[in-house]
Design a protein around this ligand. Structure first.
Ligand code: SAH
Length: 374
């Protein structure tokens, strides 16, 4: 089924778009409001539930729209730990979404917060050398409806509300700008899902022009930068995107962000042994973080099957953190949740499709040969 003739997902539509449909159907405006309530506030999973809409209207809607477009294919983990959801999309593709309970260290969250790590694309085109998400390349953008539905599906399954969202699943959110920002508007709206803008974090590999564009976005969302290298020399080795937008360009965009936004920036910095974990890197990182008033999340590298990188020893991790802290930078060393079920950052990929017998090998041969020198 191509995207063009796929029924449209109501979860990706704003009230004005729904109102236009009702006007076209010759239906009174209050019916559109009723539908918006069913779709978002009541999270109706089928048209049958929408009992205050005339049957003929429901039938007319069902020919053009869907209430759900994906299915939960598999859940890994248990109720009180990190749970990974494998979601099957309407076209047979898969994405993963991770529910992380009680996550006090992350992004200033309260300890009872339920964070959902959502995907923004099927695959990823950016080819970061340490990350599992791009191993099978880029397939397609997710629609706004598919992004919103990840939250709705997980909430229904878990029986609880998600109150913190991070765009740190599969994909580069700023390369899918219009769908991601539309989804954020729907997720934030009172008529929509109702998650506070300050509880949503967009994470980017550093698309400077889109960061500048996002600075004009009216909602006060948070921005995280996957930095992973404090100098061009180191960053370029592991993040090809740095050749397109180098650190000078990235930091110009971050200064611009700071001049126009209230929310602090966050730097994510994966520690990879002998690649970016030297104390020299730590010193340059501290200077850069201070320059744009960013907090730093250090993430000990999570093993990705088929990739050669290793996480530094704990004393080395602590020494790196110490340099930042002594330089007056707010920094945390993130002890990952979900490592054992491959649900931690950068471990999200289509491995489960292999387990389900859907694709043969998740790791193209070219990637197995990458040496530690980059
Ligand atoms: N493309 C966006 C969104 C994905 S976020 C971005 O790059 O920010 C996924 C986060 O997990 C990023 O910070 C990424 O750099 C990090 N990550 C990727 N692979 C990892 C690994 N093997 N171990 C730990 N973190 C990893």
């Amino acid at each position: 089924m191509s995207i063009a003739n796929t029924p449209q997902a109501l979860l990706g539509m704003k009230p004005e778009e729904i109102a236009a449909v009702f006007a076209e159907l010759g239906q009174p405006a209050f019916r559109a409001k009723q539908l918006v309530e069913w779709v978002f506030a009541k999270r109706a999973a089928s048209f049958d539930e929408m009992t205050n809409l005339p049957k003929a209207t429901r039938e007319a809607l069902a020919t053009r729209f869907v209430t759900r477009s994906m299915q939960i294919a598999k859940v890994t983990g248990s109720a009180d730990t990190t749970r990974k959801f494998l979601l099957k999309l309407h076209d047979g593709r898969y994405v993963e979404t991770v529910l992380i309970p009680a996550n006090p260290a992350l992004y200033g969250g309260k300890s009872d917060r339920r964070t959902l790590c959502v995907s923004s694309q099927v695959g990823c085109a950016y080819d970061c050398k340490f990350c599992a998400s791009g191993l099978a390349g880029f397939t397609r953008n997710l629609t706004a409806g598919e992004i919103v539905e990840q939250i709705v599906q997980v909430e229904a399954h878990a029986g609880e509300r998600v109150d913190n969202l991070v765009f740190m699943g599969m994909g580069e959110p700023l390369a899918n700008y219009s769908n991601v920002t539309k989804a954020i508007e729907i997720l934030n709206a009172d008529w929509g899902i109702g998650i506070g803008a300050r509880h949503m974090t967009v994470s980017t590999s550093g698309l400077a022009p889109q960061i500048k564009k996002l600075a004009d976005f009216p909602l006060q969302i948070r921005l995280a930068i996957s930095l992973h290298g404090a100098t061009d020399e180191v960053r370029e080795k592991i993040m090809p995107v740095n050749r397109k937008h180098n650190l000078a360009e990235l930091f110009e965009a971050l200064e611009d962000w700071n001049a126009r936004r209230k929310q602090f920036l966050t730097f994510e910095f994966i520690l990879i042994e002998n690649i970016n974990d030297s104390l020299d890197q730590a010193r340059v990182l501290a200077k850069r973080a201070r320059g744009v008033n960013a907090k730093v999340n250090l993430i000990p590298y999570n093993t990705v099957e088929g990739l050669p990188w290793v996480r530094p020893s704990e004393p080395q991790q602590d020494a790196f953190l110490d340099v930042l802290t002594k330089a007056g930078v707010t920094a945390t060393l993130r002890r990952e949740k979900g490592h054992d079920i491959a649900a931690a950052c950068g471990q999200l990929r289509l491995k489960q499709e292999t387990e389900l017998g859907i694709i043969e090998s998740p790791i193209p041969a070219k990637r197995i040969t990458i040496g530690a020198g980059g």
